[in-house]
Design a protein around this ligand. Structure first.
Ligand SMILES: O=C(O)CCC(=O)C(=O)O
Ligand SMILES: [Mn+2]
Length: 218
């Protein structure tokens, strides 16, 4: 008998869930049992595909440093946004997606009521004090049926969750070490971003925040 992914995250009490929208939630502390393992995995990913500051099609350099793991990785340069199977810096495949991370994303999708989720891409973001991510939609994926699962590690951030137009009002959602956000369904294309990070070092990660965003891109 194989273990189900749910067995990896045994809980005696239901998770604490904050609702951001009809199909958008934050599962508080859901990744804490594997947080240290995820930090080690990010160090290993960084060794193979180092964090880098990518350029947007408009010519801006992102303040967030990015890398990827999984079959597909998200990149941007002057030619546009896209998913690639290889890291354009090394011409090697992106590092493999850690099995525990995939299992976490599956469990979160089931727990939040989205059903089976098979991510093939994980964008890894590194924020230092002052780094921010402007409002955007995640829309480079082939279809929008699958949710987005986003794991936060290290320093806390204020996530902005908006509407279907960039100008729509946003709500501020604090995201802390171990929190997992998920949005899909009618909320899948909502604008979102991250406010400039405050310098409030975290015991495990110091003055940085790591965010892992799992997607079904291909
Ligand atoms: O860092 C976050 O919490 C959000 C990241 C994000 O929206 C993205 O990578 O597309
Ligand atoms: Mn996003």
């Amino acid at each position: 008998m194989g273990m189900t992914t749910l067995d990896l995250f045994p809980r005696s009490t239901p998770p604490i869930v904050d609702r951001m929208g009809p199909c958008a939630f934050v599962l508080r502390g859901f990744a804490l049992p594997i947080a240290a393992e995820l930090v080690r995995a990010v160090t290993a990913i960084d060794a193979l595909a180092p964090f880098r500051h990518m350029e947007t099609p408009g010519g801006f350099t992102m303040s967030v440093a990015l890398t990827n793991c999984g079959d597909l990785g998200w990149t941007t340069d002057r030619r546009g946004y896209r998913y690639t199977t290889v890291d354009p810096v090394s011409n090697q495949h992106w590092p493999a997606m850690p099995a525990t991370l995939r299992a976490l994303a599956r469990t979160v999708a089931i727990t939040a009521g989205f059903g089976a989720f098979e991510p093939d891409a994980c964008l890894v973001n590194r924020y230092l004090p002052g780094s921010r991510l402007s409002l955007h939609q995640d829309k480079n994926e082939r279809d929008f049926d699958a949710p987005i699962v986003s794991v936060s590690l290290g320093m806390s951030a204020v996530f902005l969750f908006g509407g279907s137009a960039r100008s729509d009002k946003t709500t501020r959602v604090p995201l802390h070490h171990g929190d997992v956000a998920i949005w899909g369904g009618e909320d899948r294309l909502r604008y979102h971003g991250v406010m400039p990070l405050k310098d409030a070092p975290h015991p495990l990660l110091g003055a940085q925040r790591i965010n892992l965003t799992l997607r079904k891109a291909g």
